[in-house]
Ligand binder design. Structure first.
Ligand code: FPP
Length: 277
């Protein structure tokens, strides 16, 4: 899962290394997803225009990705642009975010390659402007052979529309193969999600203190640990990713089962009788 050949711990900052050294290597998450929030507030607190918050947020994307690659995190998924952002934000801000994405990819593909990072996307990306799609395609191809962290950018993404897209694809498949609806399994739906090739996130981080999921990876986060920090995304760095992983390791994941400390459950026939009566 974390082949030591892919680890570049010596490239962490001394502060990052101090946190990393407290982590249990055998319990590192495989997949971390992040809702990057607070760019506008970051700018507002400094009396700056919102777009400067987004610009600073793009720097955080790169720095956090590089720390993820140094610790050998296999999957990092970032919510960069939602369907709702596309529909509800002023056109000028949407256009700025599209230009920022293009320049971000142009300027950072070399660094992605230096860090062995592969870029991919999820969302209704075919609805994005043609020149943005071309740049995305270029970055994906340029980084396709990298074997370290897979950075997935969620762009024009919404979890409900992902499920609608999956249902449509599954319905088409069922029709072609003459499969009855009662034979549908969870795996069938999973196969048609944008994330079919990825493990579900172990850890979901949200910055800027909001306690919301905002239509992100709704199916995939069924058993994901959620970590909310007050820190605004433009201030979020690799060390904060490591702190979130440390908090994640203090949690106990039960997937609907019982804690190990509960031990054997004794059957009490009297209590069963009462419950049944
Ligand atoms: C939330 O901030 C963030 C976004 C709408 C998009 C995230 C975009 C980036 C991090 C920058 C570009 C990304 C890439 C991959 C180049 P907000 O505007 O909702 O903040 P607010 O809630 O404080 O107003």
């Amino acid at each position: 899962m974390h082949p030591s050949g892919m680890l570049r711990i010596d490239e962490l900052t001394p502060e990052e290394r101090a946190v990393y050294n407290t982590l249990k290597r055998e319990r590192l998450p495989e997949h971390v997803a992040i809702i990057m929030d607070g760019n506008g507030r970051w700018a507002g607190h400094r009396s700056l225009k919102r777009f400067l918050g987004h610009q600073q947020g793009a720097k955080s994307v790169q720095l956090v990705t590089e720390t993820a690659s140094r610790i050998g995190l296999p999957w990092l998924t970032l919510y960069a642009f939602s369907l709702e952002n596309n529909l509800r934000r002023p056109k000028a801000e949407v256009n700025f975010l599209m230009r920022l994405l293009k320049t971000y990819l142009e300027n950072n593909v070399q660094r992605m390659n230096d860090n062995n990072v592969r870029i991919r996307y999820i969302g209704r990306v075919h609805e994005l402007p043609r020149e943005v799609q071309d740049k995305m395609q270029w970055a994906q191809e340029e980084t396709a052979r990298n074997t370290g962290t897979t950075l997935t950018l969620a762009l024009n993404y919404g979890a409900r529309s992902e499920m609608v897209d999956a249902c449509r694809a599954l319905a088409r498949e069922m029709q072609q193969k003459h499969i009855a609806p009662d034979r549908i399994t969870e795996e069938d739906l999973h196969r048609h999600l944008y994330t079919a090739q990825m493990p579900d996130p172990d850890l979901l981080i949200r910055t800027s203190g909001e306690m919301r999921i905002s239509n992100f990876l709704l199916w995939q986060i069924a058993y994901t640990e959620i970590y909310v920090t007050e820190r605004l995304w433009p201030d979020f760095r690799g060390i904060h990713l490591l702190e979130a992983i440390a908090a994640f390791q203090r949690r106990e994941r039960r997937y609907g089962g019982l804690s190990d400390s509960v031990g054997e459950v004794e059957e009490d026939p009297e209590r069963i009788k009462i419950a049944a009566s």
